[in-house]
Design a protein around this ligand. Structure first.
Ligand code: MG
Length: 259
């Protein structure tokens, strides 16, 4: 027994010696950080010349969807034929008899700039006053409505993803004044079974005020019923010709940047 304890003690002493030796051993130390170690020079972002504030022009890499001249970039959403909304005075006005229009080109993720005006003296209430809308990828409506001193259901206001989310603010200008939408949209990615791997996400700024901040869209805009998840690829921007009886709204200065 005594012999066993002696052996154990010797082993423990040996282990302590080995540990002490290891402490003395020198290992390489991480190099001290220098500022240049976290500075990346490539790739350099492409140069984009901003639009001119005085003339309200588009950035240099934007695709012009309407610059006051014609609707060549658009077509009838129903027939694919030429868009027959009314171009005049550098703007165009919804033609309620002709239905929605959409861009001829399809888009994935983008930054969209679009200006719109509710006509002065407009009448009607709730959803029946200046109703239009911007459908992202033809499926998800960012509502346009005269919400200036005009109450409606909160998730149907200007800046909502229609019937999905209440905007963070009511940033409306008066009828007769121009409103500006800047919309930043990330397109969805789908799983093979048609569900979202990554749902679409949208930020909406109206007149410089954030209405939606990275809102995760639940699915397609439905007037009746819940949003649907329908797989799709790149798709057009669609503008709504709503059937409400009020005077039609106008659009101008529309451009888009692919992201
Ligand atoms: Mg609408």
């Amino acid at each position: 027994m005594k012999k066993f304890f002696l052996s154990a003690m010797m082993l423990m002493c040996a282990a302590v010696v080995v540990a002490q030796e290891a402490e003395k051993k020198e290992y390489p130390k991480p190099e001290a950080m220098r500022p240049a170690m976290t500075e990346f020079w490539l790739p350099q972002p492409k140069v984009v010349t901003p639009g001119d504030e005085a003339t309200n022009s588009a950035p240099s890499d934007a695709i012009i969807l309407f610059d006051g001249k014609n609707l060549d970039a658009w077509c009838s959403a129903r027939t694919g034929e030429a868009a027959e909304w009314d171009v005049h005075d550098g703007v165009f006005t919804v033609n309620k008899r002709k239905g929605d229009i959409k861009t001829r080109e399809s888009f994935g993720s983008f930054q969209l700039h679009i200006e719109w005006c509710i006509p002065e003296g407009i009448t009607g209430t709730s959803q029946g006053r200046g109703n239009s809308g911007v459908f992202l990828q033809d499926k998800y409506e960012i509502q346009i409505l005269d919400c200036y001193q005009n109450e409606t259901y909160a998730n149907g206001q200007t800046g909502s993803v229609y019937k999905q989310v209440i905007p963070l603010a009511n940033a409306m200008r008066k009828p007769g004044e121009w409103n500006v939408y800047d919309i930043i949209y990330t397109a969805p990615v789908f799983n093979e079974d048609g569900t979202f791997r990554a749902a679409p996400v949208v930020t909406v700024i109206q007149n410089g005020i954030v209405l939606l901040n990275n809102y995760v869209i639940r699915g397609t805009t439905q007037y009746i019923g819940h949003p649907q998840v329908i797989p799709h690829g790149d798709a057009p921007i669609r503008l709504q010709s709503h059937g409400d009886p009020s005077a039609p709204i106008s659009y101008r200065n529309i451009w888009i940047r692919k992201m």
